[in-house]
Structures are given as C-alpha cells and as structure tokens.
Design a protein. Sequence first.
Length: 406
Amino acid sequence: MSRTIIDVHVLQTVPPSNLNRDDTGTPKTAVYGGVRRARVSSQAWKRATRRAFQDLLDPADLGVRTRRVAELLAERITAVDPSVDGAQALALAAETLHVATGSKIEVPRRKAESAKKKGESEPPPESSYLMFLSSRQLDGLALLAVAGGDDIKTYLKVKENKDKAREVADTRHSVDIALFGRMVADSADINVDAAAQVAHAISVHQVENESDYYTAVDDKNEKDEESGAGMIGTVDFNSATLYRYAALDVDRLRDNLGVGLRPDEPLDEPVRRAVRAFLQGFVASMPTGKINTFGNHTLPEAVVVTLRSARPISFVSAFEEPVLAPQNAGGHLRGACSQLLAYVSDIEKAYEVTGDPTWVLRVGAATEPLAALGTEVTLGGLLDAVGTAVADRLEGSAPKSVERRA
C-alpha cells in the first residue's frame, strides 16, 4: 500500500556556539564513524520547532504542555461562566481532568507544607507529570465542567458524561500534539503516536570542544582600587557543519488531526497547514542554548525534501566517513555536498526509489552538486510545492465518505 512520507535533510553550518549542552555545560557530542562529532539532541530541535509554531499557526491550532493544567482549565471555565472562579473553578477543573485523563490532579505535598508554614493560602492543584492538551480540548473540557456545575463528581459518574470527557481529551488534537505525540501515563488509550521523527543532528566532520575564558569588569571600580577582573569564568563551545534529518508520516498526521476542523475549509486543509508549519519551523528554527553569548543565528545552506511512497530514508550514512577539509582551503560544506550526492545516488539506485519527487533549496556555490537531486526552489516555493503534492496524495487516497470531526 502506498504511503505518504516526507523526508527532510538539512546541511547547516553553525559558528562557535553551545546549542545543546549536557549536565556539565559542555556541548553534547557523539562518536560516529570512529570520531567524535558535535551533536544537538532531537528534543532540542523539536522544542525549537514548537516555539516557531507560535509565529506560524493560530493559537487555536496549538497545545500546552504543563503540570499546571488545572489552572489553565480553570481560566477557561471562568471565561465560559464568570460566576465560577477561584477555588471553585480549580475544583471543577481538577475533577474534570481526573475523569478525562485518569491522572491525579492534586496539590503537591511539598508545596502545601511550604505554604502552610508561611501562613499562605493553599497552592493550586497540579498533575504529577507534564500534561499535553490542545487548546480545543481545554475549551471542550471547560464546557463540560460548567455543565456539571456544583455536583461535578456526580455528573461525571454518569457513563455518558464520563465517556464524553474521555472523548474530548482524545479528539481535536493540536498540530504539535499530532506531530510530536503525547504520553498520558495513567491512560495509555489516549496516548498519541507521533507523526514526526527527528534525528539527533550531528556534525559531518570530527569536532573537538573548545573553552572560552572570559572576564567581566566592575563598572564602579573607576580608580582601579582593586586590580583584576570583577568576575572570571569559562564557557565551552564548538563549531560545526551539521546534518539534520526529520521524517513526517503524513498518513499518521491525518489520522491524528482529523479532517475539516472548520466547515469553511477543505477537508485536507488541517494536514496541509500542519505540513507547511512543520517544514518551515524545522528548517528555519534554532535551539536557543547560549544564544546571547554566541549569536549563532544561521540558516541552512541546503535543504533536500523528498516525498516518499514506501518508507523514510535517512542519508546520515553519507557521513559515516567524516568529511575532511581540503588542505589550504578549509571548510566542510563543499565536501559534505559531494559525499551526500554520491551516497543518495547510490542508495536510491540500489533500492529502486528514484521516482520519488524531490525539491532542493540551496545557497552558494559549495552546494551546487545538490542541484542534481531535484527541483530547485526557494523556501516559499518549497512550502507551496510540498503542500500541493501532499494535498494531491491525500485526495487520491481519501475514502469516499469522510466525516468532519466535531
């Protein structure tokens, strides 16, 4: 059976930086091909992509991941019925969330004891782990909580109402939940399998971390009353040309999102909107680790996107043999492009996957070899072309009768 999968390959050069550090403050690394590489974890770049969604999507299409979910729901309950606020709204929110997700929503013991010692009012209840709910799910639960009123426990004991609460928590997922998934520890049946897979970014060449020794001057030490710096310290960094990869299962994305969330839009519009936001967010985003220190605001030199019909294919093996900078010339990008082109040609020919449409966004003469891989486009052209291709695929595979999700 034909599938619709988007492969995204990125080559991006980053100057001295510390995008993603370990518990000692050192840039993360990994050994690959027998040498140490710079590494940026998948979680770091997924976080950066999610943050980019705030500028690319309507807030109604996004979710919130927090332990303070009861406070969020209480605010929506008060917005629906202003007469219900404060402790009453929190109590309604906690019980509704408990029934909808199976999770305990209660005041953390440590915070309760601390507040009691200080003579402060009891803090709001929280979930015991990060809970990921969409904006539409929170709105639906708020309406349900208000309908239950003062006797919310009795109201939610009715099977029809309990089932409704569970249904609200498991439908109308936000774009970020549909893409990156959701785990609810107490209710595995409302977990969401991620439609997107993001690999750890690694450098295409060997990297050694370096350390920057810095000092700060005391502005009020005007007469040099004390010699030396007001503060000294060190910060670790490296610089690298990174290979980044992500795969997006469009079929799973459609299942997670549903179709036609609004009556005024085509059935495939939610998926198309999510695909466009994911591509732009993943390609153009940057983790913010030590960004104020290094100002490493670069964009990728090359982006290769392929619409697969069978399975995702990463090209990281093109760099199992690390790229070597040519003598007296320096730079790893040109060599990376040459190795990538050679590997892609060989792997696609060997596995007979040469018919999948590919688009190439590239910058500069060093990336010229990659033009042979597909149609050259700008970022806007890439988003439009992939969006159109995905819509055509979905139209061809859609069932004859499809219900819009309420």
